[in-house]
Design a protein around this ligand. Structure first.
Ligand code: SAM
Length: 297
């Protein structure tokens, strides 16, 4: 890599390096090119909104060295690029991330971008609950899309809550997004919401063992749940009728645990949502359907 190298050349080279290393993507980046862009722009201290104009800029030796070191860690340690750069994007917004939280990637981003329409009349939404908020990504994206809503964002992990608070501050949403420590609905007695949304932990112990190395940098508390991945989903379902407004909706991501969910609660009339950008395993129930409490044990 001698001579006057431009950002575009460095991007091509980094992409090839990542492709040859046969890594796993999906932690906020879709493929090798996307991952290369995250690392190259971070290493060169370029803003992503400056691409592709930046591609013709000449790379300094110090910048190239920083990119090489980031690539080396990504390839040798298999650390997801978001943990190397400390930032990622969700629903078009930038978030700080550390290894205290999962790297945001839920397809629920698309629902936030659409203000949960057509599933609810967005103009009527006043209160939203995000259970297991992690970085705060869903709560914050929902607050941006629903300007009249107050959002409660809960987690059980103090470290995640601290990071989420920082993201709320960065997004200047402190007056509308409240970060609370709560074990599922534990601290929310008497509170009702128009939307309850959650991307809870849902990976079974067996599936955990088969996950690629990238996933093992994420907090286990954010991924794994007992009872074959169903434990937290079951608690969210069981308590929803006490916390949903009469016209409210419950939206829960269950990933590959969708099959187990369908088998465990065969009489619940789940709507399984489809997403333009891919991903699935997200169900929706309205307040009447959730009232079918006896099914949810
Ligand atoms: C899959 S992560 C989702 C994080 C974030 N909402 C996102 O989509 O990127 C699940 C989150 O649930 C939290 N969590 C785990 N058990 C919980 C519980 N019993 N009550 C509340 N939150 C919990 C974890 O700490 C983690 O932050």
């Amino acid at each position: 890599m001698a001579g006057r190298q431009r950002v575009g050349d460095l991007m091509d080279w980094a992409t090839r390096m990542l492709e040859e290393a046969r890594l796993v993507y999906g932690h906020g980046t879709a493929d090798a090119r996307d991952d290369a862009a995250a690392l190259v722009f971070h290493g060169l201290r370029l803003r992503h909104n400056s691409a592709p104009a930046s591609y013709r800029r000449v790379v300094s030796p110090a910048g190239r060295k920083r990119v090489e070191m980031l690539l080396q860690r990504r390839i040798e340690e298999r650390l997801p690029s978001a943990y190397l750069t400390g930032i990622t994007w969700f629903a078009g917004h930038e978030f700080r991330v550390t290894r205290d939280v999962l790297v945001p990637r839920s397809p629920i981003a698309e629902l936030c971008e659409n203000a949960f329409e057509p599933w609810i009349d967005a103009r009527r939404v006043r209160r939203v609950l995000d259970i297991g908020t992690g970085s705060g990504c869903i709560a914050i994206a929902a607050a941006h899309a629903l300007p009249d809503a107050q959002v409660d964002a809960t987690d059980i992990s103090p470290r995640a809550l601290a990071l989420a608070r920082g993201n709320v501050k960065r997004h200047r949403l402190g007056s509308r997004v409240k970060i609370l420590r709560s074990d599922v609905y534990g601290e929310l007695r008497g509170r009702r919401y128009d939307i309850i949304v959650s991307n809870p932990p849902y990976v079974s112990a067996a599936e955990m063992r088969s996950l690629p190395p990238e996933y093992h940098f994420e907090p286990r508390l954010g991924l794994q749940a007992s009872r074959n991945g169903l434990a937290i989903i079951a608690r969210i379902l069981a308590g929803a009728h006490r916390h949903l407004e009469p016209q409210g909706i419950l939206v829960v991501e269950t990933g590959d645990t969708e099959r187990a969910v369908r088998q465990r609660w065969p009489s619940l009339p789940f709507t399984w949502l489809e997403f333009e950008r891919g991903g699935g395993g997200v169900f929706l129930l309205n307040a009447d359907q959730v009232q079918a409490g006896p099914h949810v044990r």
